[in-house]
Ligand binder design. Sequence first.
Ligand SMILES: [Zn+2]
Ligand SMILES: [Zn+2]
Length: 390
Amino acid sequence: MKRPRIAMPTVNPSAKDPLRALRRKLHRRPELSGQEIKTPEFILEYLQACPPDEILEELGGTGMALLYEGEEEGPTLMFRCELDALPIQETSGSMHASLVKGVSHVCGHDGHMAIITGLAEKLGEERPARGRVVLLYQPAEETGEGALQVLKDPRFAQIKPDYVFALHNLPGYPLGAVVVREGVFSIASRGMIVELEGLTAHAAQPETGNSPAPALSELLMEMPQLPEQLSFNDFCLLTPIYVRLGEKGAFGTAPGVAQLMFTLRATRREDMQQLVEKAVEKVKKTAQKHDLNVNISWSDVFESTESDAESVTLVTEAAQQLEMPLQQLETPFRWSEDFGQFTLKHKGALFGLGSGEKQYPLHHSSFDFPDPLLPQGVNLFYQIIQRLLS
Ligand SMILES: [Zn+2]
Ligand SMILES: [Zn+2]
């Protein structure tokens, strides 16, 4: 379905800093993963005076890509930002705080979008000399679904980027510091959902049923120990995140069902594979021991994000040219980013842009993207384009 063009309140172009105004507008109107309908409209509205050569709407669901063609043949560069916000009630108390109850841009995706839109403005005024630039506004990053959806869209398959780049703001790092790492930048993670089924009974005669309680407590205690018991090459972690047994307040019933959820993390792909195998084996053996039916499913699957040497060098040289402080990341971040789906198939880099040492952490209810980072992000991406496409 084509998105209807509705007249939106425009960003005042005479405002001192229109990009900052756009960032704040996006901050005020956050949308959850997979429901990003208005956000792409706000972006297009902003770019009305300098449109791209082509717009791919509803890409991979609610995503959008803007295409800019150079005059001569050359490589295709993709720069990606995220459209989605989080189901968190904002507590920043700022003038531009979220107007949507229980939803907020506390991962800074509003800032990332404004940076890519600043880049769009520059490219709208002057196309690259050669090759092609694709600006991707990806949906549903927070759920780990969006990148895959975009990759599966046949229109994206035709883009075939030669390089893919993305940045994420990093609280706790000096404002404007460029943080790079060759190899894994952020690690892989996935959610494991375990459903155990025994037999309910009267709570007065539990021996006539089969409660999953003993299996549940065994798994809760023993699953997190798996990474220590196995020989992994790198960092591995298994964290219980949720349990449920029987029905709340059903004092007359000995439970027959239980549900457990775990998050698995690993730096290396082969370690994640081993951890998954061992976790499944452990759950199945425990269920068998207690004569329970078991069902295992997976959610929020994120690949590790890997940056190749050439792309990291490009980011590094661009930062040096702009005299931005550089920092090498020693060990990969323990969080995950679905940009890993792109680096799995394409050459590229995910890097960090410090959002201040005193900044609240990502996903903190008071996090607010610092506006002074906007021009720095735009210039850094633009410098990469200059290096490859001029
Ligand atoms: Zn996030
Ligand atoms: Zn994020």
